[in-house]
Design a protein around this ligand. Structure first.
Ligand code: NAP
Ligand code: F7E
Length: 324
């Protein structure tokens, strides 16, 4: 019998790529998605991958425990991937309570539904390198102390420890993936890589002249979402649940990431890039650099796609979108 997976956040970047991977692996894939008045459910990313008809969409919201319990009872998943969140760090200062409710407490709802209705299911929590915030060690691993720097990161830290707690208290097969930044052509337009590649494509096509950014000295350890969803799946194939850092082990400034995009488009970055102090954050995470040794040793995970290849892929995808 095919394994059955439930993905919360299936309409997001990682949800789409994970659904694609699980379908390729022969899974029956159910995706929790919240209704919207404009288009019922936004399936654009699943459509981009051509899998919108293969994923069974379940109406639901992380804030609605009774709905989650019903979903868990109906779907009876073997694996639950909790990817849903208010995931944009900058918005978390604007909407700290909503971020806490969805990104933090919402995970309690999912774990309660698992514990009550699907106690044998394996559970994945989408934790984040943002939890390291003001870094306490030059390279961050599973043993590095956390120091969150935004309401988003604080909410993720709560959810991370709750995942550990349900594993230790109730024996739930719950794993937490501490994933560093990962991007793709399906990245939301508000995140810096996609903002850059979309704008570079617009400038190339004569539809824009400037790119306004905030702190371009910030450094991130950027990988590709396709590589990272493979790590999520591998985590749940382990007999013993655990926590794993997933990262490339290379850190790059926003400025240098941006330069890759401009260079690929044959444009002079200095003619178009403007620093806008309004885009600075109340508290910044200056640098992140992950050590994924544990994941490599335990299940052989390694990233395959370089930052350069990924940014080129994103610029090309944005050019294609804009030309349509
Ligand atoms: P994303 O593109 O922003 O997707 C977030 C998903 O959550 C969307 O499907 C969204 O639905 C859904 N969602 C938001 N609020 C919800 C609610 N109240 N109930 C149900 N669904 C809700 O994020 P992503 O980049 O794919 O990331 C996936 C997960 O990994 C997130 O938890 C994120 O915080 C975490 N993470 C991401 C990264 C990264 O670099 N990408 C790194 C570490 C951790 P709508 O489509 O309706 O908005
Ligand atoms: O910012 C700087 C900004 O918004 C990256 C989420 O997936 O990864 C993501 O969080 C850096 C920051 O991602 C602009 O100040 C400069 O230093 O792309 P971002 P993030 O905040 O790192 C983590 C791991 C997650 O878990 C989150 O869910 O870029 N930056 N200028 C800018 N950032 C944005 N968005 N826009 C700018 O104009």
């Amino acid at each position: 019998m095919a394994k059955r997976a439930l993905i919360t956040g299936v309409t997001g970047q990682d949800g789409a790529y994970l659904a694609e991977l699980l379908l390729q692996n022969g899974y029956e894939v159910h995706g929790l998605a919240r209704r919207s008045s404009s288009s019922d459910v936004n399936l654009s990313r699943l459509q981009w991958l051509g899998i919108e008809r293969e994923v069974q969409i379940v109406d639901g919201n992380l804030l609605d425990l009774s709905g989650l319990i019903r979903t868990m009872r109906d779907v009876k998943p073997d694996e639950v991937y909790n990817l849903a969140a208010q995931s944009f760090v900058k918005s978390s200062w604007q909407q700290p309570i909503l971020t806490g409710q969805v990104t933090g407490l919402g995970v309690t709802n999912v774990l309660e539904a698992v514990r009550l209705e699907s106690p044998g299911a394996r559970f994945y929590q989408a934790s984040s390198s943002e939890m390291y915030g003001l870094i306490q060690e030059p390279m961050q691993s599973e043993t590095t102390p956390f120091y969150p720097r935004s309401p988003y990161a604080v909410a993720k830290l709560y959810a991370h420890w709750l995942t550990v707690n349900y594993r230790e208290s109730f024996g739930v097969h719950a794993s937490s993936g501490i994933l560093f930044n990962h991007e793709s052509p399906l990245r939301g337009i508000e995140f810096v890589t996609r903002k850059v590649t979309d704008c570079v494509a617009r400038i190339k096509l004569g539809r824009a002249t400037e790119l306004r950014l905030g702190n371009i000295d910030a450094k991130r350890d950027w990988g590709h979402s396709k590589d990272y969803v493979r790590a999520m799946w591998l985590m749940l194939q382990q007999d013993v649940p655990d926590d794993y850092v997933i990262a490339t082990g290379r850190t790059t400034t926003v400025r240098d990431m941006c330069a890759i995009a401009f260079k690929h488009a044959g444009l002079d970055m200095d003619k178009h890039l403007i620093i806008d102090p309004a885009l600075f954050r109340p508290a910044e995470v200056d640098i992140l650099l992950g050590d994924a040794t544990k994941a490599r040793q335990k299940f052989g995970w390694e990233p395959k796609i370089t930052l350069e290849d990924m940014i080129v892929e994103m610029v090309e995808a944005d050019l294609k979108r804009l030309k349509k």
